[in-house]
Design a protein around this ligand. Structure first.
Ligand SMILES: CC(C)(COP(=O)(O)OP(=O)(O)OC[C@H]1O[C@@H](n2cnc3c(N)ncnc32)[C@H](O)[C@@H]1OP(=O)(O)O)[C@@H](O)C(=O)NCCC(=O)NCCS
Length: 142
């Protein structure tokens, strides 16, 4: 079951204190066509499916839950529960986000592009976003 927008917003605020998403924003994202969720209220992956691609919008693991394999599990569930039509997953990550980059690489994602100045924190120079992608092998059903 997908946790409530309020529970997701609470975790998101702990994980991203400088750019938290509100419960209303989570409600809108979850209600939008193609919304795809995996995980629980403490560790989750939220994305959307558009035609044959999935885009990951956020990955969050509550600070008290880290390094226990929860984000890896949520990513695996996100991928394995995608519609069969999806051929690739895309996401953006800040170039200095060592933890997330390591997570994505170990899950088979690879860098396919860069967006200089993508993340503006309001202090210091804006950071480059790395675009990561993972191809989904064709699934055959018997
Ligand atoms: C990135 C994040 C989601 C990882 O969550 P997690 O639940 O701790 O991840 P897992 O325990 O499943 O870790 C899986 C793998 O990711 C990598 N990893 C996770 N945290 C790491 C860290 N701090 N440093 C280096 N590698 C790390 C490791 O390869 C790890 O495998 P291992 O523990 O067997 O070495 C979490 O640190 C987080 O919420 N960070 C802030 C939000 C964020 O950056 N989201 C991504 C935005 S693009």
């Amino acid at each position: 079951m997908i946790p409530s927008p309020a529970a997701l917003a609470q975790t998101h605020a702990e994980v991203f204190p400088h750019r938290p998403w509100s419960a209303a924003e989570f409600a809108d994202l979850l209600a939008a066509g193609g919304a795809h969720f995996a995980g629980d209220a403490q560790t989750f992956v939220l994305g959307r499916v558009v035609l044959d691609e999935a885009e990951i919008l956020t990955v969050a693991s509550h600070p008290s839950m880290r390094r226990k394999g929860h984000a890896r599990q949520a990513l695996e569930t996100f991928e394995s529960s995608l519609p069969d039509t999806v051929k690739a997953i895309f996401l953006e990550v800040a170039e200095d986000n060592i933890a997330a980059i390591s997570l994505y690489r170990t899950q088979g994602f690879a860098e396919v592009g860069r967006r200089p100045g993508y993340y503006n924190s309001g202090c210091g120079p804006a950071k480059t976003a790395l675009i990561f992608s993972k191809s989904i092998p064709e699934r055959t059903s018997f």
